[in-house]
Design a protein around this ligand. Structure first.
Ligand SMILES: [Fe+2]
Length: 329
C-alpha cells in the first residue's frame, strides 16, 4: 500500500518537474513540453487501479495544484492560451472519473467471479467435513490458534485473510485419498504415500482460482518441516512460505489437543512441551517463540470460547470473510 502510494507520488512529481523544466522556445521543445503534460494521465490511471475512484480523484487534484501556476500565468494572455491550459486540467478530471468508474466495475466483476469460485471450494470442503465428523471443527480451531500466533508476530490483515482460507482449505486434497486410509492413526497417516499427496492435490485445485494463489502456496507447504523432513517437497527453513510455518504450529497444536479414535487429547501444557521440543526441527524457532509467549490459559480460553459457539454454528467455514477487491487487486 505504502509502496504504491510512493510510486504514484513520484510519478506525479517526475512528470510535473519534467514539464516545468522543458522550455517552449522552439517547436521541438514545445512538442516535448506538450508530451510531458499528457503523461499526467498515467499516474491517474495507476491510482484508479490501486486505490479506486478516491485515488484517481486525489491524483487529479494533486496534478491540478501542480499545474495551476501554468493557468494563472497565462490568465492575462490575449491568445486564449489560458483556455487551452484550463481544458488540459478539465481533461485530467474527466480521465480520473472515467478510470475510477471503469476500474471499479471491472473489480466488481472479478470479485463476483472469485467469490463464486471460492464458494464452490467452500461448499466442497463443507461436504467433506460433514462426512468426517472429527474434522468438522478442526478448521475453526486451527484458524483461532493461527490468528493468535499471527497477532504475536504482528502479521497484517492480508496475512490473516490467507490464514483463514488455509485453515478451511488445507486438507481439501484429501478428496483424492481413499476413505479407509483417512481413518488410520496419525503416525500412519503421515507416512502413507497416498496421504502425502494431499498438499499437492489441494494445491492443484486451489491454484486454479487466481485470487487464491497465495493460499494455494501455503496449502502446498503446510506439511513441510523446518529441518527439511516434511512432505511433499522436503523444503526447509526460509524455502517454506512463512505463513505455512505459522500454520504448521497451529495445525499440530489442534491435532495434539483433540481426541481421535487412536489418540487421547493431550493437555495444552503437554502440547506446549512437544512443540517446544520441535523448535528448529519441525517448526520455525521464530514461530515457536511467538507461540510460547502466549500463556497456556489463553489457549484454553480460545478453545472454550469456540466450543460454546459450535453448538450455534451451522457452517464451519462461515467465519471466512468474503473475498474483497483488495485481495484480488
Ligand atoms: Fe494436511
Amino acid at each position: 500500500m505504502r509502496r504504491r502510494l510512493i510510486i504514484v507520488s513520484l510519478l506525479v512529481l517526475a512528470v510535473a518537474v519534467s514539464h516545468w523544466i522543458t522550455p517552449t522556445d522552439d517547436y521541438g521543445l514545445l512538442a516535448l513540453h506538450m508530451l510531458w503534460r499528457k503523461l499526467f494521465i498515467i499516474p491517474i490511471i495507476l491510482a484508479a487501479v490501486w486505490f479506486n475512484m478516491r485515488g484517481s480523484l486525489a491524483t487529479a487534484l494533486a496534478e491540478t495544484l501542480l499545474y495551476l501556476p501554468h493557468v494563472v500565468l497565462q490568465w492575462n494572455s490575449q491568445s486564449g492560451e489560458y483556455i487551452n491550459q484550463g481544458g488540459e486540467v478539465a481533461s485530467l478530471w474527466i480521465v480520473a472519473v472515467l478510470a475510477g468508474f471503469f476500474v471499479r466495475r471491472e473489480k466488481i466483476v472479478l470479485q463476483d467471479l472469485a467469490r463464486s469460485s471460492e464458494g464452490a471450494l467452500l461448499a466442497l470442503i463443507g461436504t467433506m467435513d460433514a462426512r468426517h465428523q472429527k474434522r468438522q471443527y478442526h478448521a475453526m480451531r486451527v484458524f483461532a490458534y493461527a490468528e493468535r500466533i499471527a497477532q504475536e508476530l504482528d502479521l497484517s490483515p492480508d496475512d490473516l485473510n490467507i490464514l483463514a482460507r488455509v485453515s478451511v482449505l488445507h486438507d481439501l486434497g484429501m478428496i483424492g485419498v481413499p476413505d479407509k486410509l483417512l481413518s488410520g492413526p496419525v503416525q500412519f497417516n503421515g507416512q502413507n504415500t497416498e496421504i502425502r499427496k494431499h498438499p499437492l492435490i489441494g494445491y492443484n485445485i486451489i491454484h486454479r482460482v487466481p485470487a487464491l494463489h497465495e493460499v494455494a502456496e501455503v496449502v502446498y507447504a503446510h506439511h513441510e518441516r523446518y529441518d527439511g523432513t516434511g512432505y511433499p517437497r522436503g523444503l526447509s527453513g526460509d524455502h517454506i512460505p512463512f505463513l505455512a510455518r505459522v500454520f504448521a504450529v497451529a495445525d499440530v497444536l489442534d491435532t495434539l489437543t483433540t481426541a481421535s479414535p487412536h489418540n487421547q487429547a493431550m493437555s495444552f501444557s503437554k502440547a506446549r512441551q512437544v512443540i517446544e521440543s520441535e523448535r528448529g526441527l519441525d517448526f520455525d524457532p521464530l514461530v515457536v517463540d511467538a507461540f510460547l509467549r502466549v500463556p497456556e490459559s489463553e489457549w484454553l480460553d480460545i478453545l472454550q470460547r469456540l466450543e460454546s459457539r459450535q453448538s450455534q454454528t451451522q457452517e464451519p467455514a462461515e467465519y471466512v470473510k468474503p473475498l474483497d477487491a483488495e485481495l484480488i487487486g
